[in-house]
Design a protein around this ligand. Structure first.
Ligand SMILES: Cc1cc2nc3c(=O)[nH]c(=O)nc-3n(C[C@H](O)[C@H](O)[C@H](O)COP(=O)(O)O)c2cc1C
Length: 180
């Protein structure tokens, strides 16, 4: 039986929702897991406790801050036990418009997830395709999750998602890495 992943996203203008759909489709094509999508605006965050594998999507707004739906429900995370759950993050942002706070909210959410016992998965390299000055979400040279930028680089989203999904499935222990 394949695994079930809970994907929870907060999205104001729909970019993170669309990316969530793409991540779901990409994962399900592998046949290794099914993905249940939850829009944080309409979901009780307690639902997160039903899953062993989580993907959380958050966009950054108002210069380095959480997307509104996550912001509104952020304190509810203090009542949620994520112990032992593997949690991967993806973030939407605009690196040209906000080069000093690109996808910052991914770090805010990631720090809270770890505080609640979640185990981080799905780190992502900062490669040459990115052009920003600073991001809180880069720790020890890597993004704490998949950084997307549909405002400027939507042509790269599908390829980034494809590569990241493999990393996530490996980190979740659902896919055996192919030897080089
Ligand atoms: C007022 C405003 C502030 C923003 N602040 C940031 C920011 O600090 N960092 C960033 O990476 N993106 C920032 N963005 C860009 C959004 O994160 C980006 O448009 C994203 O795709 C929105 O995703 P969503 O539609 O899923 O909410 C900002 C956009 C607006 C309009």
């Amino acid at each position: 039986m394949s695994a079930t992943i809970g994907l929870f996203y907060g999205s104001t203008d729909g970019a993170g929702a669309t990316a969530g759909e793409l991540i779901k489709t990409t994962i399900e094509k592998t046949g290794l897991a099914t993905v249940e999508l939850h829009d944080v605006a309409y979901t009780d965050l307690k639902e997160m406790e039903r899953y062993s594998y989580l993907i959380l999507g958050v966009s950054t707004w108002n210069i380095g801050l959480l997307q509104d739906d996550w912001e509104y429900k952020f304190d509810q995370l203090d009542d949620i036990d994520l112990t032992g759950k593997l949690v991967a993050l993806y973030g939407m942002g605009d690196q040209y418009g906000y080069p000093d706070s690109y996808v910052d909210a991914m770090e805010t959410l990631g720090a809270k997830v770890m505080e609640r016992g979640g185990e981080p998965a799905g780190f992502w390299l900062v490669d040459d395709s990115y052009e920003f000055e600073y991001s809180k979400a880069v720790i020890d040279g890597v993004f704490v999750g998949l950084a997307l930028d549909d405002d400027n680089q939507s042509h790269l989203t599908e390829e980034r998602v494809q590569m990241w999904v493999e990393i996530v499935l490996e980190d979740f222990g659902l896919m055996v890495p192919v030897p080089a």
